[in-house]
Design a protein around this ligand. Structure first.
Ligand SMILES: [Fe+2]
Length: 197
């Protein structure tokens, strides 16, 4: 597979190029995130780069609830992906993990997020926070890796994810927040298949 620019625009190419340079040069994920932060903030602040088709809900999605996960870019070796996650008003994701570090930020709408950690064989709710457009955070497993998001705005919410795996295609987990039981989970992308290897 080659690098896949599903949304092949100068803005996406410049952002991905900067992110990959930062990742190569940084001694740690935390340093890489710090280097990428200003560029990610600019991307979230720019209202024009993401076409409407990548802000659309997806009735048949792998996440359920009409939640659309749209791939924008992924690296040939599966080491990086950029995607939008579209959550209709009132919908929420299952509790899930990502299994990779990166940056996640809100681009449109409003969300509540619940963050969990695995403790003593179950799940513990660590934090609940509200996100507004432009808010973003670093996800460095196990820190902040398990969460659920819910759209609280009338408007569909759109978050932008830059994660260091092919998040839609790797097998990860959903969790029952009551029992902590985990199930294998692969969300897929609405717009591209996963390559079976
Ligand atoms: Fe997530």
């Amino acid at each position: 597979m080659t690098n896949q620019y599903v949304l092949d625009t100068p803005v996406v190419r410049a952002f991905v190029s900067t992110a990959r340079d930062s990742i190569r040069a940084a001694p740690s994920p935390r340093d890489a995130c710090a280097a990428i932060r200003p560029h990610f903030a600019s991307l979230l602040a720019d209202p024009d780069w993401l076409p409407d088709e990548y802000r659309a809900a997806a009735p048949e999605s792998g996440m359920g609830g009409g939640i659309g996960q749209w791939l924008l870019f992924r690296a040939a070796d599966g080491s990086l992906s950029l995607f939008s996650l579209v959550v209709p008003s009132g919908s929420e994701t299952p509790v899930h993990d990502h299994l990779a570090w990166g940056l996640v930020g809100l681009y449109q709408g409003a969300q509540d997020e619940d963050i969990y950690a695995e403790r003593n064989g179950g799940l513990e709710l660590l934090e609940s926070r509200s996100l507004q457009p432009g808010d973003f955070y670093e996800l460095i497993p196990p820190q902040d890796d398990i969460h659920r998001v819910r759209t609280t705005s009338e408007e569909t919410s759109v978050s932008i994810h830059l994660l260091t795996n092919d998040t839609g295609c790797v097998w990860r987990h959903t969790f029952d927040p009551e029992s902590g039981r985990r199930e294998p989970f692969r969300s897929g992308y609405v717009n591209v298949p996963c390559n079976e290897t």
